[in-house]
Design a protein around this ligand. Structure first.
Ligand SMILES: [Mn+2]
Length: 183
């Protein structure tokens, strides 16, 4: 006899907060009605929609808050200026897929999101290699301008890095591509 377990269903293993955060930020970035600085209610509504699309049930509240908080860090600390246009998410570039692309007045800007709250991701050789690879390919392929790649450590914002078209890796805080800066 088969038991139907209608209760105590946990979030499926594939619903990893990092994956969901990537989906949430991409969904919010693509929303033409996005406020300049999205508020908590707006972000939570989108986070709920992302989880609902995956059929998530239990543990929903903690996961909602976790991914909405990371998305809030993106839009408040690194969010697009008013004159940036969303240019795509999960865009194939070389052998990888970039998380987000923005068309800025100065050219295309690529964002790589990292969500771990444990590792010092920006000092992680693999992460640096990944974003430098994007910068190398983009500087060759983007005919209409390329301004660089941001490695955005959402849970550890101070560790964010910027890769220039000439492949220099510098702290993002030293650059003008953080929210509120000038291009
Ligand atoms: Mn990523």
């Amino acid at each position: 006899m088969t038991r139907v377990r209608a209760t105590s269903r946990s979030v499926p293993a594939r619903l990893e907060p990092g994956v969901l955060t990537h989906e949430l930020v991409a969904r919010c970035a693509a929303d033409a009605s996005r406020p300049a600085v999205p508020g908590a209610a707006w972000l939570l509504a989108h986070a709920y929609a992302v989880l609902a699309a995956h059929g998530a049930t239990s543990r929903r509240r903690a996961m909602l808050q976790r991914i909405a908080t990371l998305a809030a860090a993106y839009f408040r600390l690194f969010g697009p200026r008013a004159d940036w246009r969303f240019a795509g998410a999960e865009v194939r570039l070389g052998t990888g897929r970039i998380d987000l692309a923005w068309a800025t007045p100065a050219g295309h800007l690529i964002d790589e999101l990292k969500t771990s709250r444990f590792a010092v991701v920006a000092d992680d050789g693999d992460a640096i290699e990944q974003v430098v690879g994007y910068a190398r390919t983009a500087s060759r392929q983007l005919a209409d301008g390329f301004v660089g790649v941001r490695l955005l450590t959402l849970a550890i914002p101070g560790n964010a890095r910027f890769v220039t078209p000439s492949l220099a890796v510098v702290p993002l805080a030293a650059m003008t591509f953080a929210n509120g800066g000038t291009l």
